[in-house]
Design a protein around this ligand. Structure first.
Ligand code: BGC
Length: 414
């Protein structure tokens, strides 16, 4: 056995079928209000039609950046993104209070809103159907915003800036990705639809029949409702000693799955692997000291292992190979987990549509999914998805839709 396997990190040895079974089960439990997956219903049902001949203000508040725009839909319902404005996510670079949080948000949003308009608000954090922020993820430091109603508070902040009678429709970024997936080639119906994000954070959405959302009996009957799974909280999977070290260092018991796959976590998790390898004597004394003296970001680790950023660590070619041998399996595992995660949502989506076969459309968004270069990430996801879905009668297409969070946010308004 090698060092990684001895410590429980063995992507090739994973039992993907067993994890998929538990994932599907926990999604069902979450709809009954049990288990670790929040499975949060959106505040609106799915609609079949597209907006036409209109312009809708949209706001995308993500893990690192915030963006506003006006989305113009033409006579065929095709969107164009106009006047895009950007800023940094408040609380991502240091603590902010409630007033500062909304001042930064409004600085970016206000130029794209007129009084009385409805704004589509894509907010990439766990929010319930009333608009309450349940908890922060991605390390955002804005404690006074937690537990507040982010929809009402944005309406109030717009009012304070002189924009009277605006309404805000809040939705998760995975729900935005899901709506964009439905609207993409809307003339071709698919067996199921999934919105999957793997960037700074990770999460999944699909649409569920309202009758199966057992925990919310008050919802209008006879429709499909987008579900923000908050799938990063899945917890029934084998952990390595490195995951345990990372959890002990900075965890709070939440988002265990997300901590194995998403961009904000892969840097510190990879650092734990390298530190453990250095402590176990796998490097020469000079490289050991250099490794132990610092932490690495995801961009640095992926850049080094893909050969794009050789300066991240000065070492011999042989030691660089050792580093790659230690870090690439972490990315391979992330790809395998991503495939299991997508397959679980794909199968539930098809079930909710009563489909036994056909093609599932997956709208995948996020830099970790599309930009990880040290392993053939997307190809690995495809191979595993194929192995999980085809024996069950399903094929899939992975689509990449530019500006999906903004377009999806605009699609939620009506
Ligand atoms: C958040 C989710 C979000 C995901 C992707 C996670 O950290 O909890 O709400 O959808 O990141 O941005």
């Amino acid at each position: 056995m090698g060092f990684l396997q001895d410590n429980g990190l063995d992507p090739k040895g994973l039992d993907a079928e067993a994890i998929l079974k538990d994932f599907r089960e926990d999604m069902g439990r979450g709809l009954a209000g049990e288990g670790p997956l929040p499975m949060l219903p959106a505040a609106f049902p799915l609609r079949g039609d597209l907006p036409r001949n209109c312009e809708i203000p949209a706001f995308d508040v993500g893990g690192t950046n915030i963006r506003s725009a006006r989305i113009r839909f033409n006579a065929h319902g095709e969107p164009t993104v106009l006047n895009q404005l950007r800023g940094f996510m408040p609380g991502s670079r240091g603590p902010v209070d409630h007033a500062t949080f909304y001042r930064i948000l409004c600085d970016v949003l206000v130029p794209n809103v007129r009084a009385g308009e409805s704004v589509g608000y894509c907010f990439s954090y766990p929010v319930d159907e009333l608009g309450t922020l349940l908890f922060w993820t991605k390390g955002i430091q804005a404690p006074s915003v937690m537990g507040s109603n982010v929809m009402r508070d944005l309406e109030a902040a717009l009012e304070e800036r002189g924009l009277k009678d605006c309404t805000v429709c809040v939705l998760n970024d995975t729900v935005a990705a899901l709506l964009a997936a439905y609207a993409h080639h809307a003339d071709t119906q698919r067996a199921g639809y999934v919105g999957f994000i793997l960037g700074t954070g990770s999460n999944t959405a699909y649409a569920e029949t309202v009758e199966r959302i057992v925990k919310a009996p008050g919802l209008p009957r006879g429709c499909h409702i987008p579900i923000n799974c908050e799938s990063g909280n899945f917890s029934r999977f084998p952990r390595s000693r490195f995951d345990e070290r990372y959890e002990a260092l900075s965890g709070n018991g939440r988002a265990q799955w997300e901590r194995c796959i998403s961009g904000v976590h892969l840097g510190p998790l990879g650092t734990e692997i390298l530190h453990a390898a250095a402590e176990a004597g796998l490097f020469s004394p000079g490289v050991r000291d250099a490794v132990l003296a610092r932490t690495f970001t995801n961009v640095e680790l992926d850049g080094f292992c893909s050969g794009k950023m050789p300066d991240v660590l000065y070492c011999t070619a042989e030691e660089a190979r050792t580093v790659r041998g230690l870090i690439c399996p972490m990315y391979e595992r992330a790809a395998r987990f991503a495939a299991i995660n997508i397959a679980a949502a794909a199968l539930r989506s098809a079930e909710a549509r009563d489909m036994r076969s056909g093609t599932i459309r997956v709208n995948a968004d996020g830099s970790t999914f599309w930009k990880t270069a040290s392993v053939p990430f997307v190809d690995l996801v495809r191979a595993d998805l194929e192995a999980l879905l085809s024996p069950r009668g399903f094929s899939f297409e992975i689509v990449r839709i530019d500006d999906a969070p903004l377009i999806g946010a605009a699609l939620a308004v009506r």
